[in-house]
Design a protein around this ligand. Structure first.
Ligand code: GLA
Length: 395
């Protein structure tokens, strides 16, 4: 929907009282490489998509929040002071209420609002539709709270990312890393973000794709099993770190441990599954470092190989893929012009990301699409993506 269509729907749903409508937007993300290592302090390389959440908001004069999405019939309504009691009880609206509560903890006076959301990021596709909702909401509430107090300062988008991450931890119950919210808040058109998740230092690396496209393939398997398995993986990483620290006391996170150190001390991790998980983490950290170098040199072919290795590691060692993701990755690699392909995001469903030469994109979509439906009986979706900007108010 266009912004004016969303505004029109807003007025139909919430009525027109002559007050100003404000518009905020924040994107989903694709992670190019560096999977399941943000919560281990590792480096990651996401990029913001042009698929996004657009939020039309209007301030109220009381402490009531009314939330609606353009594709949902329900309206969630609560007093801000009652938001905490709705934890775990809502079918929709957790991200928004979680963000409101975290902003309040940080001293923002969140005001009552009517809010209408329009999402173009596919839900459950591993492209961070949740971060898009969180960051746009945080930016909206913080902007309105500052204005009400007469504070005239630019919103710190890294702060919005951190608040959004806390909303996931404390209200939604997923102990996610910072990657998704950071990418949604800090993305830059045609650039990847090379982010150090220990320090939050980052650089934007130009994505010079030349005669290539970034193609996402959505398995249309929703990663519903994901959240419990996600927290399980985090636990395994903590267990592995504790074992390695007996020999490497200086390591504060798994990203501090090199592949050589891991090879020397891996025997300290008794559980074989945990050992495989840590192998993935240290290997993936090294691959991201290498990827940043290759991308800066414009060496897409080498970067593609690293993407393939990343997928293999997520499939065999970290075990967060699924048959559909593996099928797409395997089928894609057989096609000339596919430089690299891997799952992106939390896994257990969702999307792959591939770098494909312009003249092979149609063949890829046709071949993989046909083989996929034959194998699984349902369609995959394909998106030839563009890399967009991070969250902002649309004036
Ligand atoms: C989810 C989380 C991120 C990250 C990825 C896996 O998207 O929200 O923090 O851990 O999974 O890389």
């Amino acid at each position: 929907m266009t912004v004016s269509e969303i505004k029109k729907q807003f007025l139909e749903v919430f009525g027109d009282n002559g007050e100003e409508l404000r518009v905020f937007a924040s994107p989903g993300r694709v992670n190019l490489i560096g999977e399941h290592i943000d919560y281990c302090g590792g480096p990651v390389m996401p990029a913001a998509l042009t698929m996004k959440t657009t939020l039309v908001a209007r301030k109220r004069n009381d402490d009531i929040l009314r939330l609606k999405a353009t594709d949902l019939d329900i309206i969630v309504e609560t007093k801000i002071s009652d938001a905490e009691s709705l934890k775990g009880k809502l079918k929709w609206g957790d991200y928004q209420l979680g963000v409101a509560l975290e902003l309040i903890k940080d001293g923002y006076e969140v005001c009552g609002c009517d809010l209408l959301y329009d999402d173009t990021v596919p839900h459950g596709g591993g492209l961070s539709s949740s971060a898009a909702i969180e960051v746009s909401t945080a930016l909206c509430f913080a902007t309105l709270a500052n204005e009400a107090k007469g504070i005239d300062k630019k919103i710190d988008m890294i702060e919005m990312a951190l608040i959004s991450q806390r909303a996931e931890h404390n209200f939604v119950g997923v102990k996610c890393g910072i990657m998704d919210q950071f990418a949604s808040a800090m993305g830059k058109a045609d650039h990847a973000i090379h982010l150090n998740c220990s320090t939050l230092d980052y650089e934007h690396i130009p994505l010079n794709l030349g005669a290539h496209k970034l193609v996402l393939t959505n398995t249309n398997v929703k990663h519903s099993l994901g959240s419990s398995k996600y927290n399980e993986r985090r636990g395994e990483c903590e267990e592995g770190l504790a074992a390695l620290k007996t020999a490497l006391p200086g390591a504060t996170c798994l990203a501090d441990i090199t592949e050589e150190q891991f090879n020397e001390h891996s025997y300290l991790i008794e559980n074989e599954t945990t050992r495989k998980r840590i192998k993935h983490v240290v290997g993936e950290c090294a691959r991201v470092k290498k990827s940043a170098e290759e991308l800066k040199k414009g060496n897409l072919a080498e970067f593609g190989k690293l993407m393939n290795l990343s997928h293999d590691s997520l499939q065999y060692d970290y075990e967060v893929t699924c048959p559909e993701l593996d099928f797409v990755a395997t089928a894609g690699r057989k096609i000339d012009g596919v430089l690299g392909i891997r799952m992106t995001g939390a896994g257990f469903g969702g999307c792959t990301v591939a770098i494909i030469s312009d003249d092979a994109v149609d063949t890829y979509i046709e071949t993989v699409g046909k083989a996929y439906i034959e194998k699984f009986g349902h369609e995959a979706s394909f998106y030839v993506t563009e890399i967009g900007d991070g969250g902002m108010e649309i004036l």
